[in-house]
Each structure stands twice: as structure tokens, then as C-alpha cells.
Write a protein that binds this ligand. Structure first.
Ligand code: ASP
Length: 325
């Protein structure tokens, strides 16, 4: 669990986004509804809004990222914010400066929003508790605990294809134990009363008992995806294994859990296939499925920018009110 932090301001508006766990369903609905308005037809120019003009967003990624960082950067720029990307290798953290010193320095440079990714638990919440009253913190991936904008974009993608999730069976396949994506997806789906959630993977990659309340577990791929409406494949998170020797052998993993066209035939005929990226083609998913007609993987990416624009636009209310009283 993320350390507790109040994510709403005194008016009940979103200020920080650290975990979906602490939010009401109405907050998620508001974000997804606004994100939907930030979608434009394929080939049309990207959506724009000048709501963050004059504001500054700092992307602080203390763990490698390509898509999430690019997604937050584009989202902020499409809202006309000034964007600062801190190079991890050059970061003062590497020089031994504490994260909070870096944050306070950037805050003194009038950064209004911090987008933070970190490999250790509790960092986004710790920052959120200490920043100035008008400043907002967005969690862009916290250890194996939380990745709230990913959970939102996954929920949005499922709703757009399948409608009311109370009728939907979602199978998450792979390294669920180390996955912040799966944890945030579970929080989002549970709030909307998902019909059925199945966790599928080798026993050693399934989460501890007591986690993922209400989900069914299976170590057999066929059993786990039979009749599912949504199949979400996950990467084996090699970087989060305490012991290198515990990382599953890729060939063996792919033989038992790799998503192939044939295996996908067990899911519903109109099932969609999701993956948060980065994909290991040929391991957890074959190219023909990743690029096939049921794949919504590229849509997830598009929805990701729209969700991040929506979150940034909504927290802007807080910054503005704090600034103008
Ligand atoms: N991009 C996702 C994350 O940040 C999934 C992954 O890395 O496998 O957690």
C-alpha cells in the first residue's frame, strides 16, 4: 500500500493522484469523461487546451520509462504547460541529494506539478505531504504498488469496448505479483463492480493471499482465459525479483503462458487483448496477437495521453484556487 495521503483538497476536488484506492467512483468517472473529450479522430490533429498555460510540470522519473514519460510530457504540452524532464542519470539523487531537496529546489523555481516515478514504495505520497499547498503530485508508477493513470486508461479502454464492466470477465495473465499495473487495474475495476476478475500465472508470480479481493486465481492459461471478454497480458518484471535465480525461464514461461492466436481462441469471440507495454514479443504475447484484430494495445496508448490530460486539467482547479484564493 502507498503511505496514506489526502488526495483531495478541502473542497473535495482532486489535488494529488497517488492511488486509485482512496478515490470515489465519481472521481474516476469525471476523469474518464473528460479524457473522452480529449480524444480526436485518427489522423486529426491532437487535442489541445490552454488550461495549463503559465504552469510548470516537472517529470521526475527515477526509474526508466519511455511511454509513460512521453505520455505525460505530451499531455502537459497539449495543455500548454511548460515541461521540465529531469534526466535520471544526471539527477541530483545520483549525487546523494535527498529527493525532498530536489523537490524543494524545483518548487522554488515555480514548478506547480510533479509527476513522479520511483522504484521504492511511498515516495509519491511522501512528496505530496511536504510540497507547498498549491503544488500537486501525480504518481507515474510506484514500485509494484500503484500506477493510477494506467489503471484509469485500462478501465477507459475496457468500458469503451465492453460497456458496463459489471457484465465483463477480465483475465490478467502473467507476473501479477510484481505488477503495479494489475494492482491499479484491480482497484479501478473493483470500484465499478467488475463481473469477474481472474489472475492467471505460475504460482510464484501470483500475489499473496488476501490481495486482490474477489479475484479468482488460476495457474492454467486455458482455464484462466476460457470465456473471458478481456485478456490483459503482463511483462515478467525482471527488475523486481529479489533473486535473479527466481526469474522464470523465458522459453518455459512462453510455452505455458504465452498468448498465441490458438490460445486466444478459448476467450470469447469478441474478446479484446491488452498489454501495458513494454511488450516482450514471443514471450508473453506473440506478434500476431499483439498486432491482430483483437488487440487494443495502441488504443491504450492513445487513451493514456487523454487520461493524463484529464488528470492535469482537473488538478488545475486546485492550483488556480490556491493561487487566487
Ligand atoms: N509500463 C508498465 C509499468 O510501468 C508495465 C511494465 O513496465 O511492464 O509498470
Amino acid at each position: 500500500m502507498s503511505d496514506e495521503v489526502e488526495q483531495l483538497n478541502s473542497r473535495g476536488e482532486l489535488r494529488h493522484l497517488i492511488t486509485l484506492g482512496g478515490l470515489e467512483r465519481a472521481h474516476l468517472e469525471e476523469i474518464i469523461e473528460l479524457a473522452t473529450r480529449y480524444l480526436t479522430p485518427v489522423g486529426a490533429s491532437a487535442p489541445r487546451d490552454d488550461i495549463l498555460a503559465g504552469r510548470t510540470v516537472a517529470n521526475l522519473f527515477f526509474e526508466p520509462s519511455t511511454r509513460t514519460r512521453a505520455s505525460f510530457e505530451l499531455a502537459a504540452k497539449r495543455l500548454r504547460a511548460d515541461v521540465l524532464n529531469l534526466d535520471v542519470n544526471m539527477s541530483s539523487r545520483a549525487k546523494g541529494e535527498s529527493i525532498m531537496d530536489t523537490i524543494f529546489t524545483l518548487q522554488a523555481m515555480q514548478v506547480d506539478i510533479f509527476v513522479v516515478r520511483d522504484a521504492s514504495t511511498g515516495v509519491p505520497a511522501r512528496i505530496a505531504r511536504q510540497v507547498a499547498p498549491h503544488v500537486c503530485v501525480l504518481n507515474a508508477g510506484e514500485s509494484d504498488v500503484s500506477h493510477p493513470t494506467q489503471g484509469l486508461l485500462d478501465l477507459m479502454t475496457i468500458q469503451r469496448h465492453k460497456g458496463d464492466v459489471r457484465e465483463v470477465c477480465v483475465a490478467i495473465v502473467g507476473d501479477i505479483k510484481h505488477s503495479r499495473v494489475a494492482r491499479s487495474a484491480h482497484q479501478a475495476l473493483a470500484k465499478f463492480g467488475v463481473g469477474e476478475l481472474r489472475l492467471v500465472g505460475p504460482a510464484e508470480l501470483l500475489p499473496e493471499d488476501g490481495e486482490f479481493d474477489g479475484a479468482k486465481r488460476s495457474t492454467e492459461l486455458a482455464e484462466g482465459i476460457r470465456g473471458a471478454d478481456v485478456v490483459m497480458a503482463l511483462r515478467v518484471q525482471r527488475e523486481r525479483f529479489a533473486e535473479l535465480g527466481d526469474i522464470p525461464d523465458p522459453q518455459e514461461y512462453s510455452r505455458r503462458y504465452g498468448l498465441t492466436e490458438e490460445r486466444l481462441g478459448l476467450a470469447k469471440r469478441d474478446a479484446i487483448v491488452m498489454h501495458p507495454g513494454p511488450m516482450n514479443r514471443g514471450i508473453e504475447i506473440v506478434g500476431a496477437v499483439a498486432d491482430g484484430p483483437r488487440s487494443v494495445i495502441q488504443e491504450q496508448v492513445t487513451h493514456g495521453v487523454a487520461i493524463r490530460m484529464a488528470v492535469l486539467a482537473l488538478i488545475h482547479r486546485h492550483i488556480d484556487q490556491e493561487a487566487h484564493g
